[in-house]
Design a binder for this molecule. Structure first.
Ligand SMILES: [Zn+2]
Length: 208
C-alpha cells in the first residue's frame, strides 16, 4: 500500500515560485506566491506526487542521495536545515559538490575543536572522496576525512573524528587505542555498531 501524504499549503509574500519541502515522515509543506492560485499549486503537487512518495518510502538499498537527505532532515541541522530548499533545487551532480563544500566547511573546523579539547596536535586535514573508509591518519600526520561523514547523525560523526584523533596517540588498533577511544566516547560500542549499519546505506546511495 502506498503511504498517505500530509500536505500543508501556505501562501507566502516572499515566495517567487512553488516549492515543496519535506517536513519529516509523510509531511510536506508547499509554499507558493500570492499571484499563483491554490489550484495551480495543487496541480504542481500532483505532478511531483511520485517523487514525494519515493521520499516517504523507508530507507532501502538503491536509495538516492536526495531522498536520504529528505528522509533525514535533522542529520546536519546547522547547514542542511537552512539549505534544505536550496539542496532540493540543485541538480544531481551539483548536489554532491554542495555537500562536499559543506563537509570542507565543517569537518576540519570540528576536528580541530576536538583536538584542542583533547590536547592533541594536528597539522593538516584533508576532505576526500573515499568509498571504503571514513577517515585515515598518515604517518606524516595528515588526517583524511570522507565527505560522506556529514550524512551521518552528529554523534556518529563525532565518534569517527575521535577515532582518527586517537590514532595520533595510538597508531594501531591496539587495546590501548580502544581504551582511549572508549574513554573519549562512552557510547563507543553502540556507535561503532550504528556506523556499520548506516555505512551500508551511505555507501549504496545513488545519485539519482
Ligand atoms: Zn582506525
Amino acid at each position: 500500500m502506498k503511504p498517505a501524504l500530509n500536505i500543508e499549503y501556505k501562501r507566502n509574500r516572499q515566495s517567487r515560485s512553488i516549492r515543496i519541502s519535506h517536513r519529516g515522515q509523510s509531511n510536506f509543506l508547499v509554499t507558493y506566491p500570492y499571484y499563483v492560485s491554490r489550484k495551480k499549486a495543487e496541480a504542481f503537487v500532483n505532478q511531483k506526487w511520485p517523487w514525494m512518495e519515493r521520499i516517504v518510502d523507508t530507507i532501502e538499498p538503491g536509495l538516492t542521495l536526495r531522498s536520504y537527505l529528505h528522509q533525514n532532515p535533522n542529520i546536519y541541522p546547522w547547514h542542511v536545515g537552512q539549505k534544505s530548499l536550496d539542496l532540493f533545487e540543485i541538480e544531481a551532480p551539483g548536489l554532491i559538490d554542495e555537500l562536499k563544500g559543506l563537509a570542507r566547511e565543517s569537518l576540519p573546523f570540528r576536528i580541530k575543536a576536538l583536538s584542542k579539547e583533547k590536547e592533541i596536535e594536528i597539522t593538516q586535514v584533508q576532505i576526500r572522496d573515499q568509498r571504503t573508509r571514513w577517515g585515515s591518519c598518515s604517518s606524516s600526520g595528515t588526517l583524511s576525512l570522507n565527505w560522506r561523514l556529514i550524512l551521518m547523525p552528529f554523534a556518529l560523526q563525532n565518534h569517527i573524528l575521535l577515532h582518527e584523533l586517537a590514532h595520533k596517540v595510538e597508531l594501531n588498533h591496539s587495546d590501548a587505542f580502544w581504551g582511549l577511544l572508549s574513554n573519549w566516547d562512552p557510547d563507543c560500542q553502540e556507535n561503532r555498531k550504528a556506523i556499520r549499519t548506516i555505512g551500508k546505506t551511505l555507501i549504496h546511495l545513488t545519485l539519482e
